[in-house]
Ligand binder design. Structure first.
Ligand SMILES: [Zn+2]
Ligand SMILES: [Zn+2]
Length: 211
């Protein structure tokens, strides 16, 4: 079943919040609602989809700061990331103050994710990869048939996630990318938390952190 998505840049960090939906059922997920909930609500209204879940790739403020409030507004569960990011989700209010993001609240997911788990949005199934390094609990959502992956801040076009924040580990990040993302295949498109989408093949050939 075809997936469709709208990107909604949120927070002063211009994070790519995503409204992703299943065209067959019009059921949707909001992925990484860092903040600016009114803008997210507007996108939901415009597309006419029904949000059934909130997915989090990791616990950083620009990705998770609005999750608790959005959960309350929509009455849907928060799913992900891996439990290793619990310390980040517990301290979102402090992170919000540090980054000038108003109204950030701590959030406890209804379901933590682990390597090999499956999540679905309408009739679209995703496989979960645990990809620590940028944060200890970062996860990636892979849609095999339609050849795309939602990678959060693990991999960017021409770059990789920063690892200078608490729990960051550069060697682990490079391992996550080379052991788990590159094997997905050169034709796979990845959608990241900041900046434009890319393909695995392009990064394998030219990403300065990987070649
Ligand atoms: Zn991040
Ligand atoms: Zn980010």
């Amino acid at each position: 079943m075809p997936a469709r998505a709208a990107i909604i840049p949120v927070t002063p960090l211009q994070q790519n919040c995503m409204l992703l939906w299943c065209e067959a059922t019009k059921r949707a997920a909001v992925i990484d609602p860092g903040g600016d909930l009114d803008r997210i609500a507007e996108a939901i209204g415009k597309t006419g989809v029904t949000v059934e879940t909130i997915l989090l790739t990791h616990g950083h403020i620009d990705h998770a700061g609005g999750a608790a409030e959005l959960k309350e507004r929509l009455g849907v569960p928060v799913v992900g990331p891996h439990e290793a990011d619990r310390f980040l989700l517990d301290h979102l209010p402090e992170a919000g103050r540090a980054y000038g993001i108003a109204g950030a609240r701590a959030v406890t997911p209804d379901r933590w994710l682990a390597e090999g788990d499956a999540v679905s949005v309408g009739e679209i199934a995703f496989q979960v990869l645990h990809c620590p390094g940028h944060s200890p609990g970062s996860v990636v959502f892979v849609q095999d048939e339609q050849r795309f992956a939602i990678v959060g801040d693990v991999l960017f076009r021409g770059s990789v996630g920063r690892t200078d924040l608490p729990g960051g580990d550069h060697a682990a990040l490079i391992r996550s990318i080379t052991d788990k993302l590159l094997p997905l295949g050169d034709d796979v498109t990845f959608l990241c938390g900041h900046g434009p989408a890319g393909t695995i093949g392009e990064e394998r050939a030219s990403n300065p952190f990987l070649v």
